[in-house]
Structures are given as C-alpha cells and as structure tokens.
Ligand binder design. Structure first.
Ligand SMILES: Nc1ncnc2c1ncn2[C@@H]1O[C@H](COP(=O)(O)OP(=O)(O)O)[C@@H](O)[C@H]1O
Ligand SMILES: [Mg+2]
Length: 327
C-alpha cells in the first residue's frame, strides 16, 4: 500500500518572495490527490519540497517518519527512492531512445541484470501503452507519448508515492482524458499514494479522491473531492467554473484595486450554475478495484460532522454500495 505523506506548516520563500506559507495537509495512503492552482502559485515548488529537492524555511514533510525538510540527508536520500516523480516536460534525455530513458533509474540505482531490466521496462511500457516504441527518440514522438514515457520512467523503481507535475500540459482534451484514465488505472494496479498538480478542470473533476488549491501564497482548502467541487469559497468556485469574475485575474492574481472595483459592482448578481459533481473515473475493465476506495470511504464518513451539507449530498450520491458488502 502507498505511504502517507504529512505536510505540516510548510513555508517556502525565494529571497523576499514568499511562494506559499503555512501549508498543512495529509496525503492519505494509496489515495489520489490533486493540487490545483493558477500558474505561478508554487505547485512545482511544492512537489520539489515534498521530495526534499527544495528546502522550505519552516515546517516539515513526514514520510515514514523521515522529515524531508530537516532530516539527515542520508535518510532523505533513502526515502526519496520511495517516490516516482513525473516532470512537467517529461525530462527525457534527447539522445537516448525510450527504452534506455525508462531503464535509466534501474541502471543508476540498482544492480539488476540486463534481462531483469528488460522485463521491468517492458512491463512499465505496457502499462502506459508504449510497447513498440522502445527504439524511438523523444524528439520523434508526440507530447502525449513523451508524458507517458516520463510516467513509465517514474514507475520503474516501484514507487509507493507518485508525484505528477501537470500531466496534461501541452495535451489536447482527448489525450488528457487518456492520461486521466491511465492515472486511475495505475492507482488500481499499484495502490500508490498519488499527488497530481494541474490546472486542468477535467482532471480535477474526474480523477482525484482529494483536492486542494493554492492561491495567494496560501493553501485555500484541502479535503475530499466533494468538498472542493461543491465549495462556495469564491476563488475555488471561480477556478472550477473557469469564469472571469472572481479573485483570479489575467495576471495570475488580480490586484487588490481591481478586486475592490468588482466587489463594488456586486459580483453576486452574476449567475453561477450550481456545482455539479460528476462521478469519479473507475479503473478500466479487467483491472482490480482501487483499494483506496474502501479506505477513503471510512475516512470520509469519519469526518462527516465537519463536512458542509452540499459536500455531504455529493458524497452520498457517490457512495455506491461496495462490492461484497450489503447495500
Ligand atoms: N529556483 C527558484 N528560484 C527563485 N524563484 C523560483 C525558483 N523556482 C520557482 N521560483 C518562483 O516561485 C514561484 C512559483 O513557481 P512554480 O512552483 O514554478 O509555480 P507553478 O508550478 O504553480 O506554475 C514563481 O514565482 C517562480 O518564479
Ligand atoms: Mg509548475
């Protein structure tokens, strides 16, 4: 099963610029979480901080009892091997074919024989639908294939935590749906804890068990998908409905003056469609059910008292009877 990731009071600055402050959340083991946020809100910085590549000034990130911020470098290095990181741009070596790119972590970090490497690489290439493209160079394939190759490479060391940086960027809507399904299928097959950062609304609506949002240097919210999808927090509503009206502006975040003008103009008269919560994606036929589903169900029911009415209604609508249990 995937490993829990506990983030406590995390604050990261570059010089005088605070990227975000006091971020606290827990990625539940084996569940899929999505972190939303406009461009430049520090999503990539967050992923790099979780894995210990960037060092926030305050707070901690606990993985298996190791603090990825202030723990001993040796422990951080060991713990990092539990992670698979899929970079935004794929980060493939341009002069290496896909097979060698995907085999790279195995050759670098293990002493596996070449026959064993071939077995693992082909298995992962099969999982992401790339069999037959082993000899292709990154420059010869589509953006979608490069993403999948980056994902396959993130999987070869059997990670228990998978971090994906904008798996949809540069992809058309159809390719994005394929990636969404692939991420859910992956979760069903390996039960890893997953964190996806994105600003894609389709991924947000269909993939995660949990969702969070970074905005104006804060974590606006983090919780079960239904909580965010039915949220009446203006910035969350605006983001998830893709509207112009609201706190988020053209230059990433509207300045205070524009915002004040808009509030004078009475933003509340702009009609907003009631939030609809579409069902979460299921694993493809033939795959096992996601083990996270039952764990999450127990977890969400345990926090029932803290959920607003709209979120409860959405949770109830999604609580189909679990296989093998009485309805
Ligand atoms: N290594 C760095 N040095 C200085 N500033 C950085 C560095 N990395 C990121 N930043 C700044 O941190 C902010 C958040 O960046 P990023 O995490 O890439 O945003 P996002 O991924 O949400 O688009 C940006 O203002 C960016 O310029
Ligand atoms: Mg980024």
């Amino acid at each position: 099963m995937g490993i829990e990731v506990i983030v406590e009071g995390l604050t990261k600055s570059f010089g005088k610029q605070t990227v975000w402050q006091d971020v606290t959340l827990t990625l539940p083991p084996g569940e899929v979480s999505v972190m939303l946020g406009p461009s430049g809100t520090g999503k990539t910085v967050f992923l790099k901080s979780v894995i210990g590549l960037l060092k926030p000034e305050r707070g901690r990130v606990l993985v298996n009892g190791v603090d990825m911020v202030n723990g001993p470098e040796r422990d951080i290095y060991q713990t990092r091997k539990l992670f698979g990181l899929m970079f935004q741009d794929g980060a493939l070596f341009g002069s290496m074919n896909l097979f060698d790119n995907i085999a790279f972590p195995l050759r670098e970090h293990t002493r596996k024989k070449e026959s064993e490497i071939r077995r693992v690489v082909m298995e992962r290439m099969d999982m992401v639908g790339l069999v037959g493209s082993e000899a292709k160079l990154p420059g010869e394939i589509s953006g979608g294939m490069r993403k999948r190759a980056g994902l396959a490479r993130a999987l070869v060391l059997d990670p228990q935590i998978i971090l994906c940086d904008e798996p949809d960027s540069g992809l058309d809507p159809v390719r994005t749906s394929y990636i969404s399904q692939l991420l859910i299928d992956l979760n069903a097959q390996i039960d890893a804890t997953m964190l996806i950062v994105t600003h894609n609304l389709d991924i947000a609506a269909t993939v995660p068990d949990n969702m969070g949002m970074l905005f104006r240097r804060e974590l606006v919210a983090f919780g079960p998908r239904e909580l965010l999808l039915t949220s009446d927090v203006p910035v969350v509503r605006q983001f998830l409905s893709g509207r112009r009206e609201g706190p988020i502006g053209m230059a990433e975040e509207k300045d205070e003056a524009t915002l004040a003008m808009e509030q004078l103009a009475d933003d509340s008269t702009v009609p907003i469609a009631p939030p609809t919560v579409v069902p979460q994606l299921e694993p493809s036929p033939g795959l096992p059910p996601r083990q996270a589903v039952q764990r999450r169900r127990a977890r969400v029911l345990a926090m029932w008292d803290q959920l607003p009415a709209a979120a409860r209604t959405a949770v109830q609508a999604g609580l189909a009877p679990v296989q093998g249990e009485p309805a």
